[in-house]
Design a protein around this ligand. Sequence first.
Ligand code: FAD
Ligand code: NAG
Ligand code: NAG
Ligand code: NAG
Ligand code: NAG
Length: 541
Amino acid sequence: MEVSKPRPIISCISFLALYISFVTITPASSTSLQDDFIKCLHKNTNVRFPLDKTFFTPERNSSIFTEVFESTAQNQRLLTKAMPKPGFIFRPIHESHVQASVICSKKLGIHFRVRSGGHDYEGVSYVSRIEKPFVLIDLSKLRQINIDIEDNSAWVQAGATIGELYYRIAEKSKIHGFPAGVYPSLGIGGHITGGAYGSLMRKYGLAADNVLDAKIVDANGKLLDRAAMGEDLFWAIRGGSGGSFGIILSWKIKLVPVPETITVFTVTKTLKQDVSFKILFKWQQVADKLVEELFLRVFFTVVGNKANKTVSMAYIGQFLGEKGTLMEVMEKDFPELGLTQKDCIEMNWIKSIIYSSGFPTSSPPPIEILLQAKSPLGKVYFKAKSDFAKELIPVLGLKGMFKKLLEEDAALVIWTPYGGKMNKISESEIPFPHRNGTNFMIQYYRSWSDSEESNKRIKWIRELYSYMTPYVSSNPRQAYVNYRDLDLGQNKNNSKSNFLEAKRWGAKYFKDNFKRLVRIKTKVDPDNFFRHEQSIPTLPV
Ligand SMILES: Cc1cc2nc3c(=O)[nH]c(=O)nc-3n(C[C@H](O)[C@H](O)[C@H](O)COP(=O)(O)OP(=O)(O)OC[C@H]3O[C@@H](n4cnc5c(N)ncnc54)[C@H](O)[C@@H]3O)c2cc1C
Ligand SMILES: *[C@@H]1O[C@H](CO)[C@@H](O)[C@H](O)[C@H]1NC(C)=O
Ligand SMILES: *[C@@H]1O[C@H](CO)[C@@H](O)[C@H](O)[C@H]1NC(C)=O
Ligand SMILES: *[C@@H]1O[C@H](CO)[C@@H](O)[C@H](O)[C@H]1NC(C)=O
Ligand SMILES: *[C@@H]1O[C@H](CO)[C@@H](O)[C@H](O)[C@H]1NC(C)=O
């Protein structure tokens, strides 16, 4: 059969020939593609894989296929009928199955996408817009977590969620934590590959700053740990983005100390209550300079009905300490917010995770919900973008931003303060470059529930982003790779001519580190086996 040829991904001509042969065999023979793959897997692993639990094709059982396909996929925008679907899904239950998948995909010329938690903003972990056919390797059954409290460390498999990780840490200790994201269903596998920030960021940096070791399957199907992969590749995978260098099987992370008592609060002001931006402007001046124990974000949402719309600004804070100390800090550095004792709630670290996760704060669920890998907000269509502010946004700029926000109803903008530990780590320590000099990160996010609205919503968020241009970082205009945005540019195909365009979006995500990422990619994966719409390209020959 044609597809059983090894894949020579060198010239455009062979790519085109292969592409045509693929087109002629889909979709009818995706079942035989799967059969060849299964045969090959058997040859390359000694560990059995019950087919009914590990393989899913639309032909054999379309309802279970759809269920598995959509299970962790977060963005409804990538799940419409028009979006391409994988020829089949393989869900390994043993690490050796992942190695065998790489070996067999390479041998059979099958392109795959790898998914851990499925939160990729552009769905590149489960939908390919540039390769046909493609298959999906879903790591959700590899989710073991081994906490070693004595050693202040843990090994976590890629398919585990950060909610599970947090729960398992808290189960063993009330004074250990880990500085990753604030949303419990995020997959450890993909999340850390892009940096991964959360409420402990100003104190301890990113999750990627707190990685000690990793196990990765490389383009030859070899399983490597830090010593075997070498410091270049170990550098690249801690922030250089997922799906470019290999498949992470597990991370060894460093646990960090957290106090027994943490204080959280939410103070909400509407635009009408802060019409001259006294509070918001002061936030800009102080948020990145406050004590590292305090993480104080602003969530902008549009509230009210059509006739009576305003913007609400929720100042959501987390302080590593008791409320008395927090009150002193706020009275000294940010009295304008008017925080009172009554606003402050003391709790332990794991409860603070639930508080800041998007679950209803009035009646928070029990912490066991973190084990369910559930997304608190449910599935929606969404599009998002990110920016970094390095200077104060003047009142005039703020006015325009609010005007733009008020054009919509369900818009969300989040300002996340930097500073603290983030300033003390050099820009080239890991590929994540947004460090000293960054006041705060901005996320623009728009969700909707009807595919008919997509064009209108996306147009609006692009306009907002365009409006913000003069007020945010420039040359390059920086962006957070974990908030993947294909508007910034994308690989059109697997050819090496993508390099020139990639230099532009690469600089936004990684600044100067992009060059080193490309060099490492060229060394460890010269055939560009691991690739997607925004994977790191190889150097042109
Ligand atoms: C609702 C929501 C909330 C979020 N909150 C935060 C937050 O608080 N902080 C933050 O920093 N980010 C946040 N993010 C962004 C998040 O960090 C990224 O989307 C991240 O890539 C998710 O990882 P994942 O494993 O869930 O995603 P996936 O979609 O599975 O993977 C993302 C990328 O990594 C690749 N990949 C996946 N698994 C592996 C692997 N094992 N080895 C190599 N590559 C792999 C994929 O191919 C893809 O390119 C949020 C996203 C969403 C949707
Ligand atoms: C691949 O994309 C690049 C950049 O967009 C383009 O120049 C090249 O012609 C494309 N190659 C093929 C085979 O489509
Ligand atoms: C499809 O899979 C589901 C769940 O395993 C099973 O209950 C059902 O019988 C299967 N249907 C067919 C037609 O195989
Ligand atoms: C407008 O909305 C605010 C709260 O957002 C509310 O307090 C006020 O009563 C509303 N006014 C009218 C006229 O509906
Ligand atoms: C951050 O940059 C500022 C201004 O460029 C400099 O004064 C300061 O020393 C830097 N801080 C650190 C921790 O490097």
